[in-house]
Design a binder for this molecule. Structure first.
Ligand SMILES: O=P(O)(O)OC[C@H]1O[C@H](OP(=O)(O)OP(=O)(O)O)[C@H](O)[C@@H]1O
Ligand SMILES: Nc1nc2[nH]cnc2c(=O)[nH]1
Length: 175
C-alpha cells in the first residue's frame, strides 16, 4: 500500500506487466508504421514515463514531441481542458501518433484531436496506456490500448494525485 497526501492506494498493475505490454504495443506500432516516419506526440504531464519507455520499443524512424493539457484536479475532472504548452512540430501531411497515459471521460483527447486536425495531418492515431470504458462520455476511436481498467482513480507510472505519485514505477488504485 502507498499513501499519497491523504489517500491510500493499493497495487494494481506491476512494473513487469507494464513493461511486457509496452513491448507488445511497440511491436504493433513498429509494424503498422513500417513505411512511415510518424510524429509521436506525448501529452504532458502524465504521458512522460509511458512515452519514454514505449519509444524504446518503437523500432522505426520517428520524431518525438510533446504538448501539454490539463483537466484534472484531485481525483476528478474539472470538465474544462486547459492548454498549457502548445504544439511546436509541423503536422501538415504527416502521420501523428498521440500518446496519452489515460483516457477516462475522453474530454482531453476529444479537445486535443480537434486542435490537431486544424494542422491538417494526413492521419492521427491514438495510443493510451490505460482506458476506462465505463467512464467514457465522448465517443472516440482509440487505436492502441495498453490496459482496460475499471472506473477507479489510479496513480503511478506518470499519473498523479494532486501532483504526487508520478514517479512510482507501477500503477496503484484508490483503496
Ligand atoms: O479522459 P479525461 O477525463 O479527459 O482524462 C484524461 C486526462 O487526465 C489526465 O491529465 P490531467 O488533466 O490530470 O493532467 P496531467 O497529465 O498533467 O496529470 C491524463 O493525462 C489525460 O490527459
Ligand atoms: N492520476 C489520474 N489521472 C486521471 N485522469 C483521468 N483519470 C485519471 C485517473 O484515474 N488517475
Amino acid at each position: 500500500m502507498v499513501k499519497i497526501i491523504d489517500k491510500e492506494f493499493v497495487p494494481f498493475i506491476t512494473a513487469e506487466a507494464i513493461d511486457s505490454r509496452l513491448q507488445e504495443m511497440g511491436e504493433m506500432i513498429s509494424k503498422d508504421f513500417k513505411d512511415d516516419n510518424p510524429i509521436i506526440l506525448g501529452v504532458l504531464n502524465g504521458a512522460f514515463m509511458f512515452l519514454s519507455d514505449l519509444a524504446k520499443y518503437i523500432k522505426i524512424p520517428a520524431e518525438i514531441s510533446f504538448i501539454k493539457v490539463s483537466s484534472y484536479q484531485g481525483i476528478s475532472s474539472t470538465g474544462e481542458v486547459k492548454d498549457l504548452i502548445g504544439l511546436d512540430a509541423k503536422l501538415q501531411g504527416r502521420k501523428v501518433i498521440v500518446v496519452e497515459d489515460i483516457i477516462d471521460t475522453g474530454l482531453s483527447m476529444t479537445h486535443l484531436l480537434k486542435k490537431l486536425k486544424i494542422n491538417q495531418p494526413s492521419q492521427i492515431s491514438v495510443v493510451t496506456l490505460l482506458f476506462k470504458p465505463e467512464a467514457l462520455k465522448h465517443q472516440l476511436k482509440i487505436d492502441y490500448i495498453g490496459f482496460e481498467i475499471p472506473n477507479k482513480f489510479v496513480v503511478g507510472y506518470g499519473l498523479d494525485y494532486d501532483g504526487f505519485g508520478r514517479n512510482l514505477p507501477a500503477i496503484y488504485q484508490l483503496k
